[in-house]
Design a binder for this molecule. Structure first.
Ligand code: SAM
Length: 237
């Protein structure tokens, strides 16, 4: 039964005008047709574009789009069944500033051009704790170098995670590569969220599917904001 529903959702998603599902041959060793053209061809405005990586059901993509109609949001994930939920909600709420891209994040430089993106959110990524999975970590150097190819010079990356391991790994990467750490919290919902400016607080209060699961288990939520474009004078280890 669940399988049948999944197939219905896949079929429905193929008809959604704001969902893009490139095939491997569209991104492997070549540029996707929308690279550098998201503003003109998808959103039809010049508003800033924010990405959510590993968006799952797209709670951040949709939640931020509701709060900031003057920005555009693109949720990226490889799992279509999860993405359907966010895509459907965006359609039902007539949110014209939302798109979804179903792709492996490994192909992200085929999808976005230089300076096309203003900000990136990484929400509850798989921590990839095994040494042999290190290259799969979304805040590892391989991925950050990819993001820098399309993220504006002042663009920030926001990470929300319950994983102590992934949080520490990301902090260490910031230090190692002299990324500028702008903000961090090891227990976001302890005291720290109350010290933040209203706008940031209302963004950080958005909770994802996985976040709720982890909070139910009593995990603390960690937050890190950093800018990966290194300026002269930033210290490295
Ligand atoms: C733990 S889930 C978190 C989902 C959502 N952000 C949340 O907080 O509920 C991690 C998500 O990242 C996606 N993901 C992991 N690695 C990916 C990759 N290399 N490319 C695309 N999606 C990926 C998975 O499909 C999954 O939906």
């Amino acid at each position: 039964m669940a399988g049948k529903r999944k197939l219905q959702h896949f079929a429905e998603m193929a008809t959604f005008p704001h969902v893009f599902q490139p095939q491997l041959e569209d991104v492997f060793d070549k540029d996707y047709r929308l690279k550098g053209k998201w503003a003109a061809d998808v959103f039809r405005n010049n508003h800033p574009i924010v990405l959510e990586l590993g968006c799952g059901k797209g709670e951040y993509t949709v939640g931020m789009a509701r709060q900031f109609p003057e920005k555009n949001f693109i949720g990226i994930d490889i799992k279509g069944a999860r993405m359907w939920r966010g895509a459907k909600t965006a359609l039902e709420e007539k949110l014209s500033n939302v798109a979804f891209l179903r792709s492996r994040i490994e192909f992200i430089t085929a999808c976005f051009g230089v300076n096309e993106i203003d900000e990136i959110w990484i929400t509850f990524p798989d921590p990839q704790m095994k040494d042999r999975r290190e290259k799969k970590r979304l805040t590892g150097p391989l991925f950050i170098e990819r993001y820098k190819q399309f993220l504006k010079a002042e663009g920030a990356i926001h990470l929300k995670t319950d994983s102590d391991f992934f949080y520490q790994f990301s902090r260490e990467e910031c230090e190692k590569h002299a990324y500028a750490v702008i903000d961090f919290s090891e227990d976001l919902y302890g005291q720290d969220i109350h010290k933040m400016k209203n706008e940031m607080r209302s963004i950080l209060k958005i909770q994802t599917h996985y976040e709720k699961l982890f909070m139910d288990k009593g995990h603390l939520i960690h937050y890190l904001k950093f800018k990966p474009h290194v300026k002269k004078g930033n210290k490295t280890k």
